[in-house]
Design a protein around this ligand. Structure first.
Ligand SMILES: [Zn+2]
Length: 592
């Protein structure tokens, strides 16, 4: 993994215009460049590149991001590969991976540690762990194939074996295998646990996960290493290297995606050697891109509750947006792939696989099941939820398919559902408000509200993070909860750095940021517009607080608490004054 400094240096040095010119015909337009978008059937130039910020955004399909993202999309590279390529181009020396290099030493150490864990499992101390695996129906052959292992009890078994010198201890610590003790020195991270080695697509060991054999108070059932130079959480997939080998070629028509290690192993044992696992976390965009490089189709086999969770649905959307066909296998309730196969064998899973639903049908059925009586209020809420979900789907035909499915499920006209989706639309398709005139390509849609305006000022650097934090709270925003949370969590008080922000955002939020970063809006009075946007966002909170104050005042008077009532009355007057001036500002602003 490249370091923070290396990434910043590449960004600083890279010539974004030169990179994009290799793929697109760029035309100068003011300080920016325009091009026909390569990511959707584009008739006129809809893609904008800002050569200074080094961000791109398509005002037609909403695709956008930084220079790494562009390479990842157009060349189907992983983030790591995009960084390596631009690192070479810009002469930024990344931590080397050649033989004898620091990284090669880490790979080599991981390999030896994997062997050691494996041997522990086969030897006498691994008896209980072997018995556990036997009970779970895991064969000796699978133990060998997945290189399952066992970490000895005690605090320093691994440390004594591999950490003789200070340098060795430092390497173990880098790999996340030992933990620094508060009083100095190190101790083993994995103790008395079953060990699953994690590998990259080439089969090199990049990390480990450990499972408890029996409940232990205060200890999590599964323990994973944190990010290391070889392993980044959310970027790897368990058993992907084995799935590839099984096919004997680099690509796969279909991969089965499960949640747990044991699910994946059970499936391989039952002959489904195309199973890979997300390792217990929600599927990330990086994992979706990784899957896209090896497969055309992904079948999700999560247990029933997990499949319907918001994080899973976002994962499915990420897979679909990566260009994969997505099917959802509906397991019987209370079953996971492992338990299903143990009870019913390969045939039971095969039956479930054959009845898997295309993603859009699954999504519609999932929502419809939440309002079986079509209660209007419930349907309205579900449609609002579906609206913002559908909005994040890149494929237009799929969006339409979902709208049609929902209309049918809820007994509504397609237009009604479409209207609801449009209401949830992000500024990617929006036009600026009445006071702003923008030089922007793109179709007509709803005007920007105060939230879009305020985000625009933050991203453009017109408003400092410090000021935004002083005047607003995350809950003053309702349309971009995750984006706002990430902005408030950014370091520093000065202007927001969009390129840093992009790294921590999901795809839909990344697009919102590049859209706002590359929009050019003219205001008659910019300062005024900033103040108005701040006021408009604070207004609902102030109104709510005032209502609460009134209620308290009534209660205090009822109970004859005169002093309290006096204090509340003063507070109420102050708030009312503030509210009046804020309202006045907003109204005047609209009149201009
Ligand atoms: Zn586009």
């Amino acid at each position: 993994m490249a370091t923070r400094e290396e990434l910043d240096l590449i960004r600083e040095r890279v010539d974004a215009v030169a990179v994009l010119s290799r793929y697109l015909a760029l035309k100068r337009s003011g300080k920016n460049y325009m091009a026909i978008c390569p990511f959707h059937p584009d008739k006129r130039p809809s893609m904008v590149l800002d050569p200074e910020k080094k961000l791109f955004h398509c005002f037609g399909c909403g695709e956008g991001g930084d220079i790494f993202k562009f390479l990842m999309k157009i060349e189907r590279l992983s983030f790591q590969e995009a960084v390596e390529r631009l690192g070479r181009e810009t002469g930024v020396e990344l931590a080397r991976r050649g033989p004898g290099s620091p990284l090669a030493r880490l790979y080599e150490l991981n390999e030896r540690v994997a062997d050691y864990f494996q041997k522990n499992l086969q030897d006498e101390p691994g008896t209980a762990a072997r018995r556990y695996l036997l009970e779970r129906g895991i064969t000796a052959e699978s133990c060998e194939r997945f290189r399952l292992g066992y970490a000895l009890p005690g605090w320093d078994s691994l440390l004594r074996r591999f950490g003789r010198t200070e340098e060795d201890q430092r390497l173990l610590s880098q790999l996340g295998l030992v933990v620094q003790a508060r009083e100095g020195g190190y101790y083993d991270r994995f103790r008395d646990r079953l060990i699953f080695p994690l590998a990259d697509p080439q089969g090199r060991v990049i990390g480990f996960a450990g499972r408890l054999l029996r409940e232990r108070e205060g200890d999590p059932k599964y323990l994973n290493i944190a990010n290391t130079p070889l392993f980044t959480k959310g970027e790897a997939l368990f058993a992907l290297h084995l799935a590839r080998q099984a096919k004997g070629s680099a690509t796969y028509a279909e991969l089965i995606l499960v949640e747990g290690y044991l699910d994946a192993i059970s499936l391989h044992q039952a002959g489904f050697t195309n199973a890979v696992a997300t390792m217990g976390t929600a599927l990330t965009e990086q994992q979706a891109q990784l899957l896209r490089r090896y497969a055309e189709r992904v079948v999700l086999a999560y247990d029933r509750d997990a499949a319907g969770e918001a994080a899973s649905l976002r994962g499915m959307r990420a897979l679909r947006n990566a260009g994969l066909e997505v099917l959802v296998a509906l397991l019987p309730s209370e079953e996971d792939p492992d338990s299903l196969i143990r009870e019913g064998g390969a045939a039971a899973f095969q039956a479930v696989r054959e009845q898997a639903l295309p993603f859009h049908k699954f999504y519609v059925a999932h929502l419809a099941a939440q309002a079986p009586d079509r209660d209007p209020l419930r349907v309205e809420r579900l449609l609002a939820e579906a609206g913002s979900f559908i909005e994040g789907i890149a494929s237009r035909p799929l969006r339409h398919e979902l709208i049609r499915g929902l209309a049918e499920a809820f007994g509504l006209a397609e237009e009604e559902v479409e209207l609801e989706v449009a209401r949830q639309r992000r500024p990617a398709q929006a036009q600026p408000g009445p006071r702003a005139r923008a030089a922007r390509p793109g179709g007509p849609a709803a005007p920007w509200g105060p939230e879009e305006h305020l985000l625009y000022f933050l991203i453009q650097g017109d408003l400092s993070l410090d000021q935004a934090r002083q005047e607003l709270e995350p809950r003053d925003f309702t349309r971009y909860p995750r984006l706002i949370e990430a902005i408030f969590a950014q370091q520093g008080d000065g202007p927001l750095r969009p390129e840093r922000l992009l790294e921590v955002l999901e795809e839909a939020d990344q697009r919102t940021v590049t859209e706002l970063a590359l929009s050019q809006v003219e205001f008659t009075d910019r300062e005024r517009a900033i103040r108005d946007a701040l006021a408009a966002l604070r207004l609902p909170r102030l109104e709510r607080e005032l209502r609460e104050l009134k209620q308290k005042l009534l209660e205090a008077e009822e109970h004859g608490e005169r002093e309290v009532a006096q204090r509340l009355l003063a507070e109420q007057r102050e708030r009312q004054g503030l509210l009046r001036s804020l309202r006045k500002g907003v109204i005047e602003g609209q009149r201009r």
